[in-house]
Design a protein around this ligand. Structure first.
Ligand SMILES: Nc1nc2c(c(=O)[nH]1)N[C@H]1C(S)=C(S)[C@@H](COP(=O)(O)OP(=O)(O)OC[C@H]3O[C@@H](n4cnc5c(=O)[nH]c(N)nc54)[C@H](O)[C@@H]3O)O[C@H]1N2
Ligand SMILES: Nc1nc2c(c(=O)[nH]1)N[C@H]1C(S)=C(S)[C@@H](COP(=O)(O)OP(=O)(O)OC[C@H]3O[C@@H](n4cnc5c(=O)[nH]c(N)nc54)[C@H](O)[C@@H]3O)O[C@H]1N2
Ligand code: SF4
Ligand SMILES: [Mo]
Length: 705
């Protein structure tokens, strides 16, 4: 019997970047524990990390390239796969143009070093402007605000959570999600620490969430009213003479336009629509401005909604006008070792209006169109129609708004290729599925999430296990695809080479940081707390923060209209649907692990007891939930954590289709919230999906439990 060995690595599942200490013996896992010496995660993990071994050993993982046949799937060689892909894709592009082949990139790409560095080359080789990703179902409004206000979409300021005295969390549930656009492990401890040092945490959320339960105060807001609240807070700060730019006084443009625009959104005017009293809003504005340091942070509830763009813009404005931007305890720019801003030139993003999509004229940001219009681009005939697709690490049939329509659209494509680890709701439509490695089988360095991290660190983890069967690394597959599309010969570049080059030219080059240094520090390297650096990182033409870009001011008439309830909508769809995340699953793909499935419990619609009694339904009973575009049956869970009139369904579920290859997941399929969400509901400013606030009707269902 071989000896027990120890391996240190970073968990690649979510943004928290937890350090793991893995004991293994003879190719089998003995234990997966937190790495207490990891300078970033400091001994934190969640239940999902332990499941990394399940994904590695999972017999349902795809191990060989698969070709769809009339009756099922046939294993093929890589040579055969690439030959067919090259020939079919080139033929389609020749006949219908480069844009006739679309791409969709899902969330795991952001956690994968090889994909981060080789996807741009793949996109270039394909040469299509029809690019889509999960970003437009998620954090796109953050990037648009960063681009228009700071000149670079990756210039994201994050809460300095470990030093702040006042944290205002709008539409985020870090106790369950482990933090997002605010990467940092052990969020519950960090939130409690704010209160222990005499500070305050206020959570604004229509649900009394797990985070609200450990916060100092919870304000139950009406769904999608956050931009109104934010404006009223800013208005309070202005009216009560509390504006203070701190160290940034000479680098802020547009304040007068903010002052003028905010006049329409006083606490007294917005309070009914927001559902929080004018008095409470004013007090909150004063408290925020008076705190020694404070930070406002908005996440999915404030992004994936009809005013996501305005919310993320106003969040920055509130931080700036109270002197809480680029200072300790406020919102700060991380300085990652692999610096994605390194090559961004000074520019003026507002100089030209964004390119628009073919069918719905939705904006192109960061080189992508909104996923909410992907089905339209496939189903609507005419020049420029998408006829073939590549999906890489994405499952939009379950994750995109009105995923059922995308299910129909994918079925009609001439050709589709998926790079994935499972045969699932999306990849089942592919003609060819290419099997990727993941988790314990890959090298890891977080290119993206170190750019959103609450503390600067760097860590590289080599693969622990070899790929099984014919599996290849995503980056090797991408290189193979580039080869078959262009005929280019592989130049031998590896992700490690590109990482090393980035480290050697990055912000820590003077300290001699390189891949070699990281290899010498298997627990990771501490690069220090966040420090003020806006003057180095802002990329606008004059180097100033742009507080009032036209893009946002032009959207304010829409916000004004939101002060009045849509009575017609309310009559047919009396409830507002919001999403929720569960501790034991990550989006749609971790459900094929027995231990995670067991921990999950029931997939239910949560509703307030007053709503349940009005509907005459009890916990455990099934109801039919209907939206303008879909319906589903789901079990009721009466829960007074919900605001009356607001109901919640978890995201990431619905593995019920008989022809998927995730056999465990199919045992407890749940339903997909995105059978209800409407791809017509977007934030028109950014094109981001507006999942939250979807109007729904509920009635008792016939189906038995
Ligand atoms: N209603 C509603 N919808 C939502 C959300 C919500 O809150 N509410 N949240 C949205 C958010 S924030 C996100 S990020 C999106 C996620 O949307 P997606 O990214 O489309 O969904 P995932 O479940 O993350 O899909 C991951 C896919 O990658 C595969 N995979 C996993 N690891 C690897 C790997 O290493 N390599 C490869 N090649 N494939 C891999 C999985 O099998 C799966 O097919 O969902 C969005 N959808
Ligand atoms: N366990 C687990 N962790 C995850 C994931 C997972 O699937 N499972 N997914 C990961 C991903 S991809 C992401 S992007 C992050 C997301 O991280 P978070 O944004 O922290 O997670 P969510 O649970 O989506 O939190 C959104 C919150 O917004 C609230 N909300 C809904 N509508 C509104 C509204 O109109 N206004 C306000 N103020 N609040 C509203 C919801 O009640 C919810 O509490 O989580 C990551 N972490
Ligand atoms: S919190 Fe995220 S990174 Fe940490 S162990 Fe859990 S899934 Fe992995
Ligand atoms: Mo996400």
């Amino acid at each position: 019997m071989s000896e027990v060995q120890t391996h240190f690595r970073t968990c690649n599942i979510c943004e928290a970047m937890c350090g793991l200490e893995i004991s293994h013996q003879g190719g089998a896992i003995v234990s997966i524990k937190p790495d207490r010496q990891d300078p970033f995660s400091r001994g934190h993990i969640c239940p999902k990390a332990v499941a990394l071994q399940d994904f590695h050993a999972d017999p349902d993982r795809i191990r060989t390239p698969l070709r769809r046949t009339g009756s099922g799937w046939r294993e093929i060689s890589w040579g055969e796969a690439y030959a067919e892909i090259g020939q079919r894709v080139r033929a389609i592009q020749q006949q219908y143009g480069s844009d006739s082949v679309g791409t969709y990139l899902g969330n795991p790409n952001a956690h994968n070093l090889g994909n981060a560095v080789f996807l741009p080359q793949f996109q270039k080789a394909l040469g299509s402007r029809n690019r889509y990703s999960s970003a437009s179902a998620d954090q796109l409004p953050h990037h648009v605000a960063a681009n228009y206000m700071f000149g670079a979409s990756m210039a994201i300021a994050v809460p300095d959570i470990d030093r702040t005295d006042f944290m205002l969390i709008i539409g985020g549930n870090p106790v369950v999600s482990n933090g997002s656009m605010m990467s940092g492990a052990g969020m519950p401890g960090r939130i409690k620490a704010i209160q222990k040092r005499g500070g305050k945490v206020v959570v604004v959320d229509p649900r009394h969430t797990e985070t609200a339960k450990i916060a100092s105060e919870h304000l139950a807001i009406r769904p999608e009213a956050d931009a109104l609240l934010l404006f009223a807070l800013i208005r309070t700060v202005i009216e009560e003479d509390l504006v203070d730019f701190g160290q940034l006084g000479d680098m802020v443009d547009g304040y007068d336009r903010i002052a003028a625009a905010s006049a329409d959104f006083t606490p007294e005017r917005v309070c009914d629509a927001v559902g929080i009293s004018a008095h409470r809003i004013r007090c909150l504005g004063r408290e925020f401005a008076a705190a020694p340091s404070a930070v406002c942070y908005g996440r999915m509830g404030a992004s994936a909604q009809s005013f996501g763009g305005l919310c993320q813009w106003l969040t920055v404005v509130l931080n700036v006008v109270t002197g809480n931007f680029d200072r300790e305890g406020g919102a700060m720019f991380p300085q990652p070792a692999f610096d994605l801003l390194a090559r961004v030139q000074r520019n003026d993003p507002g100089a030209r209006p964004p390119t628009r999509s073919r069918v719905r004229q939705l904006p192109l940001f960061s080189g992508e169109f909104p996923v909410a219009t992907l089905a339209d681009e496939i189903l609507t005939e005419g020049p420029g129609q998408i006829r073939a697709m590549f999906t890489v690490a994405g499952n939009p049939v379950l994750s995109a708004p009105n995923g059922d329509r995308l299910d129909t659209a994918f079925a009609q494509l001439d050709f589709m290729v998926s790079v994935d680890i499972y045969l699932n709701e999306t990849t089942r439509h592919a003609d060819i599925i290419l099997p990727a490695t993941t988790g314990l089988e890959i090298a890891h360095f977080d290119v993206f999430f170190n750019s959103f991290a609450v503390h600067n660190t760097a860590k590289y983890s080599p693969p622990l296990f070899q790929a099984k069967g014919e599996q290849r690394h995503d980056w090797q597959i991408l290189k193979g695809l580039i080869g078959c599309l262009t005929g280019a010969v592989d130049d031998g570049t590896t992700p490690e080479m590109l990482l090393d080059a980035a480290l050697r030219s990055g912000p820590y080059k003077d300290q001699g940081l390189s891949l070699t240094t990281l290899l010498e520090h298997p627990h990771g390297l501490d690069l220090g707390p966040l420090r003020p650096c806006a003057r180095e990182r802002v990329r606008t033409l004059n180097g100033h923060i742009q507080l009032a870009p036209d893009l946002y001011l032009n959207d304010l008439s829409r916000l004004n209209a939101a002060l009045h309830d849509d009575a017609a909508d309310r009559e047919h769809y009396p409830f507002k649907l919001i999403g929720r995340r569960l501790v034991w699953n990550h989006n749609t793909w971790t459900q094929n692990s027995r231990r995670l499935l067991k921990g999950t419990g029931r997939i239910s619609v949560q509703l307030h007891s007053s709503d349940a009694s009005r509907l005459g339904v009890g916990s455990g009973q099934f109801v039919t939930v209907r939206s303008r575009t879909g319906q589903l049956d789901i079990e009721v869970e009466i829960d007074d954590d919900m605001s009356p009139g607001v109901v919640s369904i978890p995201q990431g579920w619905g593995h019920h289709r008989p022809d998927i290859g995730m056999r465990l997941a199919a045992e407890q399929p749940g339903v997909s919230i995105n059978s209800l969400t409407d791809s017509g509901r977007i934030d028109p400013l950014t094109g981001n999906a507006a999942f939250n606030g979807t109007p729904v009707a509920i009635s008792a269902a016939r189906q038995a439990a």
